[in-house]
Write a protein that binds this ligand. Structure first.
Ligand code: SF4
Ligand code: SF4
Length: 386
């Protein structure tokens, strides 16, 4: 099956992006970084600034440096967010004018504190309500988003223009629509892209110029629609990866899965499919805030009733729609939020007759062999069941 040319173009653009951002900054545009998936990019974009998700991982050297500012019991992702900033060489981290964030977990709050205190980065914080599912929580968040948009507009010395906000909402809604189409394609065994390629497309969208990105998404979708389906018979266990952070650069598990020929067809990850759902109904602050807060929640937010936890409900739906036979639940060491919930996750998944494997790791290579053995044994156990 020929590789769609839009994918190659996407990679070319990614390679040029740091240089392009440097140029944009030289022309006076501000680059606004964020870590967690609760930041309404629409507002940043509508105000003429460039949103950039700070999502880099896998560098153990950066983890060691970050740990000296946080603690050696902090998760590797949080540590590397600090270490990369301290190091100052990362093509994206060094370009940030300031950070806007709504940290969902405590460790990300510490990261912001360190950036502000030791690296003198200006941080605008968006408060996430603990009871995110309640009406009160929604109202609170809408107010916080309103306040943030006022601060950003003040910084830019302009007012948030309603025509521009409408344009932003249309742009980001359309991006998510095209991304959903790609993820939907993975339901069919004959789809011409595999999950790893789709994940690469989603990740590219966190960094590229969003209008250019949308144009390429449309091209990619058109190319895929015009291609004959890939009818190579595949009879492998269909897997889903769930968990917390599997950020670009943290490739150990993904590489092992590719090496052993595993067939991942879906994810439920903050850096993957979790960002593609939810349509903003109206181009106003309330509707924008509502989409972000009522999207599939980060597992570090507390939800008291397991049965109707929206993340669990969503996961159950994915398991059925994607005909999943095995789930790999990937967590990082010292990520209390997601490790704490591993037991619930195991119960939820195995009670549906689906195999479950919990892998907790870090950015070292110490456990590569062990991880590969566990993944192979997991795949064999699924094959024996079917
Ligand atoms: S998993 Fe949650 S806490 Fe971690 S980066 Fe994503 S939104 Fe933030
Ligand atoms: S949710 Fe877990 S993996 Fe993500 S930043 Fe927080 S502690 Fe780290």
């Amino acid at each position: 099956m020929p590789r769609p040319s839009a994918l190659t173009e996407l990679n070319d653009l990614l390679a040029k992006r740091p240089e392009e951002l440097k140029q944009a900054k030289a022309e006076g545009r501000k680059v606004v970084g964020y870590f967690c998936s609760y930041i309404p990019e629409e507002i940043i974009w509508a105000l003429g600034m460039i949103p950039l998700r700070l999502c880099r991982a896998g560098n153990n050297q950066a983890v060691s440096v970050g740990a000296t500012y946080l603690t050696s019991n902090a998760c590797p992702f949080a540590c590397s967010c600090v270490g990369l900033k301290k190091d100052g060489r990362d093509g994206y981290f060094k370009l940030i004018d300031y950070v806007v964030d709504a940290p969902a977990c405590l460790q990300m709050r510490r990261v912001l504190e360190v950036w502000e205190k030791y690296f003198e980065v200006r941080v605008l914080s968006l408060a996430l309500p603990r009871q995110f599912y309640s009406v009160r929580g929604q109202a609170y968040f809408a107010q916080a988003v309103e306040q943030l948009s006022r601060e950003l507009a003040h910084d830019q010395g302009i007012n948030l223009d309603s025509a521009r906000l409408t344009q932003a909402v249309e742009l980001f809604n359309d991006i998510r629509r095209q991304q959903r189409w790609l993820y939907d394609g993975l339901k069919q065994a004959s789809f011409a892209l595999d999950w790893r390629q789709v994940l690469g497309v989603i990740r590219a969208g966190l960094l590229l110029d969003r209008e250019q990105y949308l144009q390429l998404l449309h091209e990619l979708v058109a190319q895929l629609k015009s291609q004959a389906p890939d009818n190579t018979p595949a009879r492998k266990a269909r897997l889903l990866i769930a968990g917390a952070m599997l950020a670009p650069g943290d490739d150990k598990l993904v590489n092992i899965l590719a090496e052993v020929g595993a067939e991942v067809v879906m994810d439920e990850l903050c850096t993957g499919s979790r960002s593609i759902y939810g349509e903003i109904k109206q181009p106003d602050i309330n509707s924008i805030a509502q989409r972000y807060l009522s999207n599939i929640p980060c597992g570090s937010l507390p939800y008291p009733k397991l049965d109707d936890d929206p993340r669990h409900k969503h996961l159950r739906r994915l398991l059925t729609e994607y005909r999943i036979e095995g789930v790999i639940y990937y967590t990082l060491r010292f990520c209390d939020a997601y490790n704490f919930k591993a037991g619930h996750m195991r119960h939820l998944i195995t009670s549906m007759g689906i195999s479950f494997l919990h892998i907790s790791s870090d950015y070292t290579n110490a456990d590569v062999g062990q991880m590969r053995t566990r993944v192979e044994a997991f795949l064999e156990s699924i094959q024996h069941r079917t």
